[in-house]
Design a protein. Structure first.
Length: 276
């Protein structure tokens, strides 16, 4: 593990770890000149219902320092340009895509427990991006890459076919209001796209504490021809040991929430008559 560089002072005075970074930027000045872009796929704007909403939150000095120092090394802006995963990770290790990682604590734990697997973690929450980079740096992880932007563009335009060994979607926004259900990520169209990027045998692992969404996930995944439930009874799976119990999840369990895990497998490509 390399020795971290000393944090550089921020405009407006000295900051200490844990403090929020607030300073006035000139119009057009990027928030983090050497970090993630504010709108990496701006040229790919399209009228499409999105499953996420970018959130503006305060960034601590430690998170900002990590974004500035480590983005060029471990960050990826989702800009629509093709990415070579072997080049991104420095070898041909198996790679799992995680969509939405919050503050990154669970992602870092999973990466530490399985250093032979690369985790490409996607989110649009800047404090979480900085926090995960900081955790990886402090604990000597080399198998985490942090992607900034829309996971749909990453899957559709940047990753080649059969390139992923797994997909993880933990506690996505449930969009509880009926009129917003169309914004939920786990939909047939999303699975159509994901199936083209997952290798046969790859695992799709979802978890949610919103029971109506869990039921929809189970229904949609079960009906999809390219996925099969790893559970013989066709139901939900117990939380596997490799998925850490997050602080958020623990708080929900204390309140009586039910957390459901779903573990599905990408089936072998079916060869249609005449394709041989």
């Amino acid at each position: 593990m390399s020795t971290p560089e000393a944090p550089q002072p921020f405009p407006g005075g000295e900051h200490h770890p844990g403090e929020s970074v607030r300073h006035t930027r000139a119009k057009g000045e990027p928030r983090f000149p050497d970090g993630p872009k504010a709108d990496p796929a701006g040229s790919h704007f399209e009228r499409r219902i999105r499953s996420f909403q970018p959130r503006r939150s305060r960034v601590t000095a430690g998170q900002a320092d990590a974004l500035q120092r480590l983005w060029a090394k471990w960050g990826l802006d989702i800009d629509g340009h093709a990415v070579d995963l072997a080049e991104l990770f420095g070898d041909d290790r198996p790679v799992v895509l995680e969509i939405g990682f919050g503050m990154g604590e669970a992602t870092a734990q999973m990466a530490a427990a399985d250093p032979g697997t690369g985790i490409l973690a996607v989110d649009v929450h800047t404090p979480g991006q900085g926090n995960l980079l900081n955790l990886a740096d402090r604990t000597g992880l080399t198998n985490v890459r942090v992607a900034n932007g829309d996971a749909i563009i990453l899957l559709r335009e940047m990753l080649p076919a059969d390139s992923l060994d797994g997909l993880r979607v933990y506690f996505p926004d449930p969009w509880p209001k009926k009129r917003h259900h169309k914004r939920r990520l786990i939909q047939p169209e999303f699975l159509d796209l994901a199936a083209t990027r997952l290798k046969p045998g790859a695992t799709v692992h979802c978890a949610t504490d919103w029971e109506p969404y869990a039921e929809q996930m189970l229904e949609v995944l079960t009906a999809h021809p390219h996925f099969e439930n790893t559970r013989a009874d066709g139901g939900f799976a117990p939380r596997p040991d490799f998925r850490p119990l997050t602080r958020f999840e623990g708080q929900g369990l204390d309140k009586g929430h039910v957390v459901n895990d779903l573990l599905f497998r990408r089936v072998q490509h079916r060869v249609r008559p005449g394709d041989r």
